[in-house]
Design a protein around this ligand. Structure first.
Ligand SMILES: [Zn+2]
Length: 485
């Protein structure tokens, strides 16, 4: 008989595909047995009928990252990973951001040093802002060789925006090496034009941030990003879709077979632009890009979550404190374009999605697991994470689906001085969280040791059942035999 390190018994196991009662045997950090009844185990964890699910994979978080304007986020890899762990996550994939002039090798070395404090297993998405020849043909392939198989680019922000030609360069290099390109899609010139117009009229309060970045700017850029990716048949991931129109374009293009993936974020489901209209400067807490939208957009996004338009619901945790180290680095009485963009939420993502999604009957438990963990594993090539199956890492979260609590800043474990989810009543709490078989959170207490998380190498995205698209100009048969790929 096998001698297990840990047996989780008497739980209801929930995966992206099925839910059933059963036990899980863990040995050397891996799931090695799933059965009706598993005896033994050095430690036996009584799940007592609670839900035993894959630990969350947070695929969109900014941890120990400087913004393009040089503001360092409030969370380092210790506070960020601890906060994520309390929110039911077993691993995460924050960004490693290249600033112009910096080599990708330097970027990775910098983030390796920062990530050494993590309690969660981690990988990085690279942010590329300077796709020069050395980056495209030497440094990116080397990063890919190390298992960093996703690159993010921006269509907005003057310091980051690559232009359509730069996007095509990145997309074709990513495709050649089996990487997926993530894109922040907003039309930069539409936003800048709106900023000028609002400034001329003296409309600079935080609430005007929502107006300065029109829904059309997102829709136009999502459509353009998809057409660019289709030209070279490269896999594309649209981050933080915030509009009904954007989601509808994603749905249509997926149906066409495009190698397309997308997420929305809990913040767009939970909050609206009305939050930007709080008294004084308090709306600054809710400034993020793309901005929060209205209740109609929120309802449409929920519908797309239900119907499967999105692979994931992420947090886009981008923690800037409500003080002069964060939001108000440029002063406290500044116009909205000078306020740092971003909101915290890495701990609220899964509890919010569980409570408003599963408990309120909008999505199934299986969808919850897929949106919070399994799909991110497939999209971002986390081969041994995000599933409960023999051979997988024992990254597991045990949830009490009935506990009800109201979110307060005092419960948070990040380095923030506010939570945008303050006062929300949520049902369901992750009570035990494990990474590779080690309990890291148990009944509200941190059991992890600083630095116990490990970097994990990733595979290319799972492109099965996504036939892709061949532009006629890239089809030798239709193009005088020319091979352009
Ligand atoms: Zn982000």
């Amino acid at each position: 008989m096998m001698n297990f390190d840990t047996v989780i018994h008497s739980g209801t196991i929930a995966t992206a595909d099925w839910v059933c009662k059963g036990d899980i045997g863990i040995k050397d950090g891996k799931i090695v047995a799933i059965s009706e009844n598993i005896p033994g185990g050095e430690r036996r964890i009584d799940a007592g009928g609670r839900l035993v699910m894959p630990g969350g994979i947070e695929a969109h978080a900014h941890i120990a990252q400087e913004s393009s304007s040089g503001v360092m986020g409030a969370d380092d890899y210790l506070s960020g990973s601890v906060s994520a762990a309390f929110g039911g996550n077993s691993s995460f994939i924050p960004f490693a951001a290249q600033h112009r002039g910096q080599s990708v090798d330097d970027v990775i070395a910098t983030y390796d040093a920062r990530a050494a404090r993590s309690v969660l297993d981690y990988s990085y998405h690279l942010i590329i802002s300077d796709p020069n020849e050395a980056v495209l043909h030497d440094q990116l392939p080397r990063a890919f060789g190390r298992g960093i198989t996703s690159f993010k680019v921006f269509m907005t922000y003057d310091m980051m925006n690559l232009g359509d030609g730069g996007m095509l360069d990145i997309l074709s290099v990513a495709r050649a090496h089996g990487a997926i390109t993530m894109v922040h899609a907003e039309n930069n010139d539409m936003v800048k034009w709106m900023n000028r117009r609002l400034a001329e009229k003296g409309l600079t309060a935080p609430k005007y941030h929502a107006i300065s970045r029109p829904e059309l700017a997102e829709e136009e850029a999502i459509n353009r990003a998809i057409q660019l990716a289709k030209l070279v048949d490269a896999p594309l991931f649209i981050v933080h879709v915030s509009t009904a129109g954007g989601a509808e374009i994603v749905r249509r293009e997926k149906f066409n077979g495009t190698k397309l993936f997308a997420e929305t974020c809990a913040s767009y489901l939970a909050l609206t632009r009305a939050d930007l209209d709080r008294p004084g400067m308090e709306g600054a807490k809710y400034i993020c890009s793309p901005p929060l939208r209205d209740a109609a957009a929120q309802a449409a996004l929920w519908h797309h979550v239900q119907m499967g338009t999105f692979e994931s619901v992420s947090s886009d945790h981008a923690p800037y404190r409500y003080d002069e180290t964060g939001k108000f680095l440029n002063g406290t009485e500044v116009a909205y374009p000078k306020i740092a963009n971003g909101m915290p939420g890495i701990a609220a993502r899964l509890p919010y999605l569980f409570s408003e999604g599963v408990v309120k009957g909008r999505i199934t438990l299986e969808q919850f697991v897929a949106l919070g963990s399994t799909n991110a594993a497939k999209t971002f090539g986390c081969a041994s994470k995000g599933r409960i199956a023999p051979g997988m890492d024992a990254d597991i979260a045990i949830w009490n689906p009935e506990v009800r609590r109201s979110v307060t800043l005092a419960q948070q474990h990040d380095n923030m001085d506010y939570t945008p989810y303050e006062g929300m009543e949520l049902t369901g709490v992750p009570e035990i969280v494990m990474t590779r078989g080690a309990v890291i959170v148990e009944n509200g207490e941190l059991k992890a040791r600083e630095g116990q998380g490990r970097f994990f190498a990733r595979q290319p995205a799972d492109l099965r059942a996504r036939p892709g698209f061949t532009a006629p100009e890239f089809d030798p048969a239709q193009n005088f035999g020319a091979v352009l790929r």
